[in-house]
Design a protein around this ligand. Sequence first.
Ligand code: ZN
Ligand code: ZN
Length: 591
Amino acid sequence: MGNLDYSESIFNGIENPNTFMYNAMIKGFSGSQKPEKSIGFFYKMLENGVKTDKFTYPFVFKACTLLSAIEEGKQIHGRTVKSGLNSDVYVQNSLMHFYANGENLGDACKVFDTGSGLNVSSWNTMVSGYLKFDEIESARQLFDEMLERDVVSWNCMMDGYVKIGDMGHACRLFNDMPKRNVVSWSTMISGYVQNSDYKEALNLFRRMQIERVNPNRITLVSVLPAIGHIGALCQGEWVHGYIDKHNMELDCVLGSALADMYSRCGKIRDALCIYERIVHVSNCITWNAMIQGLAMHGQGIDALKAFSRMQSLGIAPDHDTFVGVLSACNHAGLVEEGLKYFSLMKEKYNVMPGIKHYGCLIDLLGRAGRFDEALDVIHNMPMDADAVIWGSLLGSCRNNHNIELGEYAAKKSMELDPKDSGFYVLLSNMYADAGRWGDVERVRKDMNKRRVKKMPGCSSVELNGVVHEFTIKGSSHHPQKEDIANMLDEIEGRLRSVGYVPQTSEVLLNMKEEEKEAALYRHSERVALAFALISTGPGTPIRIVKNLRVCEDCHWVLKLVSSLYEREILVRDQNRFHCFKNGSCSCLDYW
Ligand code: ZN
Ligand code: ZN
């Protein structure tokens, strides 16, 4: 800005500036924070009778685009027609861009259709114009008609498909394009992440490494969430190394993405180190991610400390901050603190509680067995409780053996979300705990009648950069399936020798007792654990990512294995992290 102001003062000192000088000022300001000045210089030029040329208009239209000055732009368009400059391709391109960005696709088309000497960037502008108006068919038609296509044309069309979630078409273009650049790769990776296809995003990122394409900042910000979701720590560490090796600056966006990846991979300490490095550029989103990460690791007190530090830096908490704070209290069993922050959020911070906050509060009270208060909240909250809230109350009822309220909560949650198998499983488990097998059977029949299917469990372990996935069906496709089966037998034997008896109450199916035991035995996290034990050296920590909640029996097994085999085992389930060490878990059996 300083430079432009200086140029302007020199310009003002010139007696009769010529076209070239005016054009320089118009161009300079068209890309600045003050594009209105470009238009000011343009009018001054006309007033003083200085001749405009083909270098004047593209930047005037650029300024009009930035200012959304529709009428102004149309009038200036008229001037180009009068002066005959509208036949220049750069003037035409800037006009198309102006119209397409000014909610006026029709006029952009007119310029395109009557244009002369159009070049590849005219076609690109029109393709992206159509895409801006979600006219993907027209965009594609134009793209197919193009005689000359550069990487930008392909990227632009691909981005159009990615934006509407059509990864099939995007992928076909990606494979067909004669030449790809880093933008092509980044567009596809971020597309897969937006569509929650983390595996494919990671596959593409690996392919990019094999083809020796250097990722840029945008690629890394796109791929880090995928790495975090999958828990592919080796890949994440590779990205970190790449950032350091290339001296890439850790700004707020890249730094937060890197820290969040570490946190999701179970490396909360590494996450905190990164957060420390970006404190000076942090914003509310950074702190929310940090608080959420600490919450997932059950470090409630540290999450509350982060919350007060955030305020001492003058960063105001928002809606998401309090979701983090309340779930931190929840995961750490800090009931009184949770209640305190819930009332403070409205009174002191002026943040209105939404359904997620009420959900945390009800869960907090329910887990503590304070059901009257939990019900009070449900009845007095400004919105209706959803299936998630009733489901969490059902979970609390099960843990606190409150069958009567549990049945009511189950009825409510099933009404609101009849296809979620979790509620049936919880209800059935609650009956099983009480030895009410007839009721267990009834729930199972209900589930079959309503065609509710249990989501298959899936656990994964990363080994030397390769993610190994295990499902309840076991390891039948795994090359080491026999070793895994032997290890499962060995674990079973050692567990029994220290008094372990399988807790079959969580197995919903109507099976004979030994079948239930066998079903537990094959829970995906157990198979993943056996694989990790045979594939890593003594004392190496084990990390497992599971898509569902860990069941009670597996939780017990993991505790015992951590002491029998002297291993630290970190499990990320649907809700939080469990760190098993010396026979106990960081969640203190509260999850
Ligand atoms: Zn289990
Ligand atoms: Zn645990």
